[in-house]
Design a protein around this ligand. Sequence first.
Ligand code: UDP
Length: 319
Amino acid sequence: MRILITGAAGFLGSHLAERFLREGDEVVGLDNFLTGSRTNAEILSGYDDFELIEHDISKPIVVPGKLDGVLHFASPASPVDYLELPIQTLKVGSLGTHNALGIALANGARFLLASTSEIYGDPLVHPQVESYWGNVNPIGLRGVYDEAKRFGEAITMAYHRYHGVDTRIVRIFNTYGTRMRPADGRVVSNFIVQALRGEPISIYGEGTQTRSFCYVDDEVEGIHRLFHSDHAAPVNIGNPHEFTIRELADVVIEETRSSSKLEHFPLPDDDPKVRRPDISVARSVLGWEPKISLADGLRRTIPYFRELVDRGDARARTL
Ligand code: UDP
């Protein structure tokens, strides 16, 4: 197969691209390097069947050659990024999804949208099932990401119903692992970098809010299976094991053997109080569930960050 992945130089995009390349597929990676990394693109360029196009998918593009699949992963994804890049985030989730769907339609290719647990906003149903419509504040700071992704789901379903495009929608829950930028600003990268540098761990609010963290290899396996399935409705892919942010800090401190103390910062507006995926659909339709525990995943991730910290070019990024 010949696959286009937008956001291929990003954290998830690059792992997913490598997964397809290892299966023997050809991958065209598209990225504008707004939040993507040159290092990730270089890793992919080590494969003969990888080709890079530097472009912003919010603007139309004709990709030369026939494509069998289009996976739209381009977007700022860390709250600190999308708060700094609100217009770009709205554009890549709306115009970018429209353009990527147009490429899929023109090629008769299968389309997969990287959607998100943010669809559910600050959820009133817990754990989150795919049938829940969510509780999003459209005019809040996080609305730029949440509403762009909600629009992305709506236009994906419209292309499916009106144009007959073969579509998939994955709702990705908090994912971590190697290739995250140290200054990504998300909680796992922040806590690991702070712990390794012996700096205070930045807890927003009391740290009683919960998240459920999926190791990147598990996440990519689920997405890859969904792509090859025939299930057009959205599917949650995430790890259902739920932790408070304080619990996460404790595990990170333990796994890094750090002497860092906790420091509290104000809780950002609209920060979801709880988040945990119901993965019954993924289990029954894809035969998928995550295999890697948080402690295990952190043990696989910490050496990557340690090397960057030792080189002196890794800093956490707080709100
Ligand atoms: N968080 C934190 N300290 C940080 C970064 C994040 O306490 O340095 C909290 C944040 O308030 C949220 C959770 O960790 O409750 C997850 O934040 P993240 O930015 O990773 O992603 P989100 O799940 O909010 O999209």
